[in-house]
Design a protein around this ligand. Structure first.
Ligand code: CTP
Length: 133
């Protein structure tokens, strides 16, 4: 039987439980999990700050998670359709902070949004650490 391939995207900077939870739940939606990790440049353009950890480090961390089968660099938000096709994804899976925003990809693959883990984000962790100084 052919494997059901799930693709998801994110920066995954300052790895936290919200990231682990979504990757675990993403893997449960199929057999093979592909993760597009934002390049440092893409992260800057999305969040207007440099990531704490470089792409190289974030890639290494995500690759070492047991739910993840393949990691690649997401260079542009505009390339999602190309990545879905290139990696032959059957499912595009995103956190519900993106609810509805990727429905136009339903012509290429199934689109699933999962609820975010409450009360944790990279931005919040950075703010908490800053305030400790
Ligand atoms: N995510 C999640 N639950 C959280 C935080 C993130 O499910 N509490 C998911 C996002 O929905 C996304 C993936 O993890 O699918 C990567 O999110 P990312 O933007 O890298 O993490 P955030 O913590 O949301 O980062 P930031 O605060 O910088 O926006």
């Amino acid at each position: 039987m052919t494997k059901r391939r799930v693709i998801t995207f994110g920066t995954f900077d300052v790895l936290h439980m919200g990231h682990i939870n979504i990757l675990k739940r993403a893997k449960k939606e199929g057999d093979y999990l592909i993760v597009g990790v934002s390049s440092d440049e893409l992260n800057f353009s999305k969040k207007n700050r440099n990531p704490v950890y470089s792409y190289k480090h974030r890639k290494k961390l995500i690759k070492s998670i047991k739910y993840v089968d393949k990691v690649f660099k997401e260079k542009s938000l505009e390339l999602k359709a190309d990545y879905i096709k290139k990696y032959k994804a059957d499912v595009l899976l995103m956190g519900d902070d993106w609810q509805g925003k990727f429905d136009h990809f339903k012509e290429l693959c199934e689109v699933i949004y999962l609820p975010r883990t409450p009360s944790i984000s990279t931005t919040e962790i950075i703010e908490i650490v800053k305030q400790r100084d």
